[in-house]
Design a protein around this ligand. Structure first.
Ligand code: URA
Length: 434
């Protein structure tokens, strides 16, 4: 069938057959279907959605667009972790070394910044020398040696997702449940995993703004995993304010280092430990989830998670000293303080605006050809619930060019809500779907 007819049928909310979806994914991956037609198809999916059968078929076609990486030669249970995307969300860089230090084999297939959210690969690449473009053989041998290695989609691993991800980012088609589910699951399942822990974010800084949508996304991904015989657990976690204090690639690496040394922000530490515990439990290192929580906590406190990340940075060509000497990371050339004229309690920090502002000054991409500026971003000085006085500093914007600074500063300033009443603490972990 002609591509235009498939687009039209999806636009009209018809269900496409698995072979039709495969035709689209294969044609796009080979370069036979141009970006403009795939962009139209993505927008049709955005509005018309997809049935479970379509999502599974699309995921499998994307997963099979490259080769399936066989890890059976590496002893141990393989468990990966993925987030649906948030602002200041650096949990992968904390949970995965803690899980690996506990004995789980963690083949991390990570993504890049998308929309207003950050990406693990971009954060890692802010470390001088760090290589994420490993060959599959290098990936395997690093996993065998360190139990943890980071790689992105390549020509070999779910290349269809690589192309679609970049196209969605610049065509306003990111926030779609079937597109997110197929994107995440195709690259995760392109590696022979045993289990997967998902962090499905919900709130202003997430792609899912409502808990009911986050639940649907979680169920869809757990279902795709189950159909392919993988154990999958999803946490639904709050993303109504940025996670931790740092937003921006190198700035987040600094916060990762602090958190792995147990002096990080409490929200980031809590979620990272829970994700690590679930990886440890699914990796069958412990018999119960409570024991897994104790193990994760112990590996944080004795510094083995921190040492594991250092070893992996070195093994992937990066300079491990960056975790102790932050001046070795790319540094911004200027900082602008955002202050408040009103006192009271911080009642909200709109994570999406902070993510957009940070992307605007270079931490994210506006077109798929854009390069990331690793040094820039925002550091919050306050979190929701905190009492502040008139004149308090709310955050600092770190920049290397003034080009979009004024616009970004306005967005950041408007992101803060201040109330005269004390604010109730929100739960961070809202639900578990398994
Ligand atoms: N993470 C991904 O890998 N894909 C998405 O679509 C969103 C978040």
């Amino acid at each position: 069938m002609r591509t235009v007819d498939l687009i039209r049928r999806k636009r009209d909310a018809e269900e496409l057959a698995p072979e039709e979806l495969q035709q689209l994914i294969d044609g796009y991956t080979r370069g036979d279907i141009p970006d403009y037609q795939m962009a139209a198809f993505l927008m049709a999916v955005f509005y018309s959605g997809m049935t479970d059968r379509e999502v599974s078929a699309m995921t499998e076609s994307m997963m099979n667009s490259g080769s399936i990486v066989d890890l059976s030669s590496i002893p141990g249970i393989k468990v990966d972790k993925h987030s649906t995307g948030g602002v200041g969300d650096k949990t992968s860089l904390i949970a995965s070394p803690i899980a690996a230090a506990s004995g789980v084999v963690v083949p991390m297939i990570s993504g890049r910044a998308l929309g207003h959210t950050g990406g693990t690969l971009d954060k890692l690449e802010s470390i001088p020398g760090f290589r994420t473009d490993l060959s599959i053989d290098e990936f395997r041998s690093l996993l065998a040696e360190h139990k943890l290695a980071f790689i992105g989609q390549t020509e070999e691993i779910a290349p269809a997702d690589g192309k679609l991800y970049a196209l969605r980012d610049v065509t306003a088609t990111v926030e779609s449940i079937p597109l997110i589910a197929s994107s995440i699951m195709s690259k995760k399942l392109a590696v022979s995993l045993d289990a997967l822990v998902l962090d499905v974010k919900v709130g202003s800084g997430a792609f899912m703004k409502k808990q009911v949508d986050a639940r649907r996304l979680a169920q869809m991904m757990v279902g795709i995993g189950r159909r392919l015989d993988k154990r999958v657990q999803a946490l639904i976690t709050d993303m109504n304010q940025p996670l931790g204090y740092a937003i921006g690639n190198a700035l987040e690496v600094m916060e990762v280092s602090q958190t792995l040394q147990n002096v990080g922000p409490s929200d980031l530490t809590r979620i990272s430990l829970e994700l690590a515990a679930r990886m440890i439990y699914l990796g069958k290192i412990t018999k119960t989830l409570d024991e897994a929580r104790e193990t994760a906590q112990a590996k944080l406190l004795d510094g083995s998670g921190y040492r594991k990340l250092k070893d992996v940075i070195q093994a992937q060509g990066g300079d491990p000293r960056v975790l102790d000497r932050f001046e070795l990371l790319p540094n911004a050339t200027g900082a602008q303080e955002i202050t408040t004229s009103r006192g009271g309690y911080v009642s909200g920090i709109d994570a999406e605006s902070i993510g957009q502002a940070s992307a605007m000054i270079g931490a994210g991409r506006n077109t798929k050809e854009d390069t990331i500026d690793p040094a820039v971003g925002v550091i919050l000085e306050v979190k929701v619930g905190q009492k502040i006085d008139p004149g308090s500093i709310l955050c600092r914007i770190y920049y290397t060019s003034e080009e979009h600074l004024e616009e970004a500063a306005e967005l950041v300033e408007d992101a803060f809500r201040i109330s005269q009443q004390p604010v109730e603490e929100r739960d961070l972990i809202l639900e578990v779907v398994s």
